[in-house]
Structure formats: structure tokens, C-alpha cells
Design a protein around this ligand. Structure first.
Ligand code: CA2
Length: 149
């Protein structure tokens, strides 16, 4: 049976749609979950979206993904710029990894320009808003179908 694509979201992303719509848009994380599920269905895949405000919980979920999920899409939020722990966990995962940022982190404050996670990601999508998650699903589905052909 095909494994699911795990979509992880870091701190404060549960507030999506409720605050700072000028930066992050007005769609909610539930809307993002719907977009991802619909996009994955086109490719015969399924998605599961999770969000945590805790670095260790994200690390635990990445460990879980090693046996239980086909690919990881991750918006690590502010942990992108600080977390070697999340990078180390992703380096232990063997499937495709795509990193998503709603905003263009390169056009924002300098401290947002580096993402540790980008060192492991197979694809990085920034500045496309919630649509970026859909692009990431398309990308990992393409990687997964390449892997079986
Ligand atoms: O652009 C992105 O997706 C970020 O990962 C979002 C993070 C930020 O720290 C990164 O530099 C870039 C912040 C997530 C905060 O999410 C909110 C959503 C709605 C309202 C307030 C915060």
C-alpha cells in the first residue's frame, strides 16, 4: 500500500488566516490541508498535515516518518533559521523532502535568509503563499513516481 505524504508545520502556523494576512494571506491551515489532499489525490497519493509549536515534537514526527511516510513537506516556521535538530532529523529520512515558506524569506529580515533545512531539502518553495504547499505536493509526487519507474 502506498505511504502517505507527511506535511509538517512549525511554530505559530496554527495562526494562519487569523493574523498578519498582509504577509501570510487569509487562508487557514485547514485550507492548506484541503489543497494538499486535493493535489495529492490527482497523483493517487494521500497527505496528512500536522502542526506543532514545539521543536522536539517536530523532530519526533520526522523520526516517525522514517518508517511510516513516503515523503515530507515541511514549513519549519522560525525553526528554519535556528534548528540544527530538525536538519539532523531530516538527514535521517530517506524519502523526498520539500521545504515551503509562505513568504519570500530572502526579501525579509536578514536573519530569515538562511534556512538550515534547505541543506537537506530536495526542493524549496518560497513566496508563493499557500499555493506553495500545492507545488510542493506536485514536486514530491513527481519524485515518488520517478522512484518506482
Ligand atoms: O514564510 C513562512 O512560511 C515562514 O516560515 C513563516 C514563519 C517565519 O518565522 C519564517 O521566517 C517564514 C512564521 C510563521 C508565523 O505564522 C503566522 C501565521 C499567521 C499569523 C501570524 C503568524
Amino acid at each position: 500500500m502506498a505511504k502517505t505524504i507527511l506535511i509538517l508545520n512549525g511554530p505559530n502556523l496554527n495562526m494562519l488566516g487569523a493574523r498578519q494576512p498582509e504577509i501570510y494571506g487569509s487562508e487557514t491551515l485547514d485550507d492548506v490541508a484541503g489543497l494538499c489532499a486535493e493535489t495529492a489525490a490527482i497523483f493517487g497519493q494521500e497527505t496528512e498535515l500536522r502542526q506543532s509549536n514545539h521543536e522536539g515534537e517536530l523532530v519526533d514526527w520526522i523520526h516517525e516518518a522514517r518508517d511510516s511516510f513516503a515523503a515530507i513537506i515541511i514549513n519549519p516556521g522560525a525553526y528554519s533559521h535556528t534548528s540544527v535538530a530538525i536538519l539532523d532529523a531530516l538527514n535521517m529520512f530517506e524519502g523526498p523532502v520539500a521545504e515551503v515558506h509562505l513568504s519570500n524569506i530572502h526579501a525579509r529580515e536578514e536573519f530569515r535568509h538562511n534556512s538550515y533545512v534547505s541543506g537537506r531539502a530536495d526542493a524549496v518553495i518560497v513566496g508563493c503563499g499557500p499555493a506553495g504547499y500545492g507545488f510542493a505536493v506536485e514536486q514530491v509526487c513527481a519524485c515518488l513516481s520517478d522512484a518506482v519507474t
